[in-house]
Design a protein around this ligand. Structure first.
Ligand code: GLN
Length: 482
């Protein structure tokens, strides 16, 4: 059962091949047996899952089933779950039990899906390796000494190891696409505003976006059908009609205009990586696409702009964790100042503190114009690069990452080296356009991701292009040994 996709499981459940209780128990058993190796879950909600599975089976027997009824999945531990601990992988929220559901959580609940638990991540989604977790690092099922990527590394590892058929995730600068690439799965970051951020613990509010992790594009389409849509509780949620994302998956790709940004295929790109990605692009040509070189001239400014804007927003968002309202509180504070400083010193990990320091500095009165304002202007230029490019192409393709999964510990002493891991993903968040990573090859037995970048609200086209590639190739079917 665990090798089946969400679409296949939905078919089996509707045909009565097995019940949701049996299916859910199967995945819970797998988590119990296998996750000591990967540490991909922070919390497993066995009792809730079995209760929800039973309820799903009852609804089905009354003829009230929909595509997600009784399907197990997992949430990144950044989505608030009513009554279930939500930690954001931080000591600060180690014992935080939200009294409400995030909109994404509520939508999956309403759809009848069965949540197996909450997945590991970098603390407050800050990182590219899932090594910055208060609950210990997650490892990559493709190699126990490798990182799964981050920050959504728990979701990616759990899907790759077949501990869950699918998982939610979030992407502020690459946290869906990079771990999806490293773990050989399919990940989609939708257009900014497509999926509600209500109840999704904020890192950098103008960049954060919830999305999907699954084995196939078809499953991602099924997930987006649940997740996407206007939410009056999120002021940046966009009121646009939601298509059925599964409806267009089989459209032929003939005439699809693909652009390859020359800045993403520079001399600095590892030649083996470049070749692997170009081979995948050739597959698109065989499917009827036309390919041309394009330019995104401000690409080289993206990381610098991001590492001003994201920490600035993070420093503001994380000011709420003060030991007064909720979350961790230090023991025996002497006075209010001691309460604030010790709570934050003890509750946050070092990467989170680094971001708060950088962000507070960039926003301070004397430096605001030089850093924050400047970064916002650069952001506009980057966005205009994409607007310009999409006048002549439908999809932009690039590598998702500079290399396959790197070794645990290899970047932890050098934050800048770690930041550069997101060189191909960050500009997309600054522009707000949607993008996917799909498995598209291997280097020395490790998965390589192809990034597909779309125009605003063009998720259906991305999913169609990804699905057609997956009909023609079997990279998405490769699984880690064991
Ligand atoms: N790795 C990037 C960072 O550390 C992006 C993280 C994310 O997308 N949440 O900020």
């Amino acid at each position: 059962m665990h090798n089946k996709t969400v679409a296949e499981l939905a078919r089996d459940l509707s045909q009565g091949t097995y019940s949701s209780v049996e299916l859910t128990q199967h995945f819970l058993n797998r988590i119990k047996q296998e996750d000591t190796r990967y540490n991909s879950f922070i919390t497993v909600t066995e009792d809730d899952a079995l209760r929800d599975a039973k309820a799903a089976d009852e609804r089905r027997s009354k003829g009230e089933a929909t595509p997600w009824t009784g399907i197990p999945f997992a949430h990144k531990d950044i989505f608030c779950t009513n009554g279930v601990r939500t930690t954001c992988a931080s000591k600060m929220l180690e014992n935080f039990v939200p009294p409400y559901d995030a909109t994404v959580t509520a939508r999956f609940r309403d759809a009848g899906a069965v949540c197996l638990g909450k997945t590991n991540m970098d603390e407050f989604a800050m990182g590219s390796s899932t090594e910055n977790s208060h609950f210990g690092a997650t490892t990559n099922p493709w190699g126990e000494k490798l990182v799964p990527g981050g920050s959504s590394g728990g979701s990616a590892a759990a899907v790759a190891a077949r501990l869950t058929p699918a998982a939610t995730a979030t992407d502020t600068g690459g946290s869906i696409r990079q771990p999806a690439a490293f773990c050989g799965i399919t990940g989609l970051k939708p257009t900014y505003g497509r999926v509600s951020r209500y109840g999704m613990i904020a890192f950098a509010s103008s960049l954060d976006q919830g999305g999907t992790m699954s084995r196939t594009a078809e499953d991602s389409a099924m997930m987006l059908n649940v997740m996407a849509g206007f939410d009056p509780k999120d002021s940046t949620s966009v009121d646009q009609p939601v298509p059925d994302y599964t409806a267009n998956l089989n459209a032929p790709l003939k005439g699809l205009r693909v652009g390859l940004p020359k800045e993403y295929f520079s001399d600095q790109l590892d030649p083996v990586m470049a070749q692997t990605v170009r081979d995948a692009v050739r597959e698109y040509e065989a499917l009827g696409a036309t390919v041309k070189e394009i330019s995104l001239p401000n690409t080289h400014l993206a990381i610098a702009a991001y590492y001003v804007i994201a920490p600035a927003e993070a420093s503001a968002n994380l000011s709420r964790f003060d030991g007064v309202r909720y979350g961790y509180r230090c023991d025996n504070p002497k006075d209010l100042m001691d309460l604030y400083t010790r709570t934050r010193a003890e509750g946050f990990g070092s990467e989170v503190k680094r971001r708060i320091l950088v962000g507070s500095y960039a926003l301070s009165a004397g430096f605001f114009d030089a850093y924050y304002l400047k970064a916002q202007k650069v952001r506009r230029l980057i966005q205009q690069d994409f607007v310009e490019a999409f006048k002549s192409v439908d999809i932009i393709m690039s590598p998702s990452t500079p290399s396959p999964a790197f070794a645990l510990g290899s970047n932890t002493d050098d934050p800048v080296k770690m930041y550069l891991e997101d060189i191909f993903t960050i500009a997309i968040n600054l522009a707000g356009v949607p993008a996917m990573s799909i498995p598209a090859g291997q280097i020395k037995g490790l998965p390589v991701g192809l990034q597909l970048i779309g125009n605003y609200f063009d998720e259906a086209r991305l999913l169609n292009a990804a699905h057609q590639f997956q009909q023609a190739t079997d990279w998405h079917q490769q699984s880690p040994a064991g």
